[in-house]
Design a binder for this molecule. Structure first.
Ligand code: SF4
Length: 369
């Protein structure tokens, strides 16, 4: 007899043969194993290739991408990448060396220096603070946020404002490029995008940008409306509330007049600052496009904010992360989409693309007959 076992938290399947449960390695038997996905299940069929041929089929629940890629939270920019191609997001986790190479290339070509110059312009006295723990690193972001709230209340421009919170059961983190008060008193969120071409983006690219600023608004508004909860923040970020700051961060916090010395105390302080601030929700969402090599303005676009539509879109994206649906790749038959694959580092090895190409060829030959 053949029996099989699987750990439902791991894609690795272990197989034992015989009544004594000896492992295959000991028996040195040859075995065929086929693994297929059916809905939310991974179905493995093992076939023993010895004299007494026997087969066993085993089904285990598939892991969601959140579990599989050990994600406790998402960055807003990850949603934008997802709006481009979900298969590419998956490859980014499976082939991290290729993603790192692409990120290095895009950091050079996406005008990272324009962003940095702007940040330094808004904060010329920026200091480097040495961080020792994850709590230190996140605390530094919260300290920056606490520092920016009075500036926002006074109607001043702030840059690199951290936003965080739970949307549809998933914890998000992001950083807003720019918030300022318009002449008519509206609070405007503006996101700077640099482009290698001196032209406004294609709708497929602009879609991700609009999604990004829309999600920023949802997060920012819920923060200033007091929806953020201490326990949620600690739970999703897996941070220790009693962790004391490292010495450099402690001196930095003291210099700014902050009394908090542990991460939990800082979170409490930030929630008080947000809950008692008079900062209003964002009124207007803007995208600013600049030419990356010259820094010249290409154009500005205002983004419509339709909360119901945005939440429906967000739920669909999150259905992928929760494993409630399969990832979607580029529709290679759509001329408005197919060009994305030509700029993709995974083009050569992409199974989605090659299987769609085959389908197109089969369809084409059927029609020809
Ligand atoms: Fe997505 Fe196309 Fe890249 Fe495949 S080749 S990951 S479908 S963009």
């Amino acid at each position: 007899s053949l029996s099989a076992g699987a750990d439902q938290h791991s894609p690795t399947l272990g197989v034992c043969v015989g009544d004594d449960g000896q492992s295959l390695a000991k028996k040195e038997e040859r075995i065929n194993c086929q693994i297929k996905k059916r809905g939310h299940m991974v179905v493995a069929t093992f076939e023993r290739l010895s004299n007494s041929r026997s087969t066993v089929t085993l089904s285990v629940p598939d892991q969601s991408p959140m579990e599989r890629f050990s994600k406790h939270h998402l960055n807003v920019t990850q949603l934008c990448e997802q709006s481009w191609c979900e298969i590419k997001v998956v490859y980014g986790f499976l082939k991290p060396h290729m993603k790192r190479r692409e990120m290095r290339r895009t950091a050079v070509t996406t005008g990272a220096s324009i962003h940095l110059a702007r940040e330094l312009e808004a904060n010329p006295d920026a200091l480097t603070v040495v961080v020792h723990t994850r709590e230190d690193r996140e605390a530094l972001k919260l300290i920056n946020l606490i520092q920016m709230v009075p500036a926002l209340e006074a109607g001043q421009l702030v840059r690199e404002f951290p936003v965080l919170g739970v949307l549809d059961g998933v914890f998000f983190l992001g950083v807003v490029d720019e918030l300022y008060c318009s002449k008519s008193g509206e609070l405007v969120l503006s996101e700077l995008k640099t482009r290698s071409h001196n032209s406004l983006p294609h709708p497929a690219q602009a879609k991700g940008h609009s999604l990004q600023v829309g999600v920023y608004k949802l997060l920012f508004d819920s923060m200033v409306q007091g929806s953020m909860k201490r326990d949620q923040l600690l739970h999703y970020l897996k941070l220790r509330p009693h962790q004391a700051f490292g010495s450099a961060l402690q001196s930095y916090a003291q210099k700014l007049g902050l009394l908090a010395v542990t991460f939990g105390e800082l979170v409490d302080h930030m929630l008080v600052v947000l809950n008692f601030s008079n900062v209003q929700p964002i009124d207007k969402l803007c995208l600013e496009y600049r030419h990356q090599s010259s820094g010249v303005l290409i154009g500005n676009r205002e983004v419509e904010f339709e909360e119901t539509l945005l939440m429906a879109e967000l739920r669909d994206y999150l259905a992928f992360w929760r494993g409630e649906r399969e990832p979607h790749g580029v529709d290679i038959e759509d001329i408005e989409e197919a060009w994305k694959c030509r700029m993709c580092p995974y083009e050569e090895s992409c199974e989605w693309r090659s299987s769609r190409l085959q389908e197109v060829m089969v369809d084409g030959s059927k029609k020809a007959k």
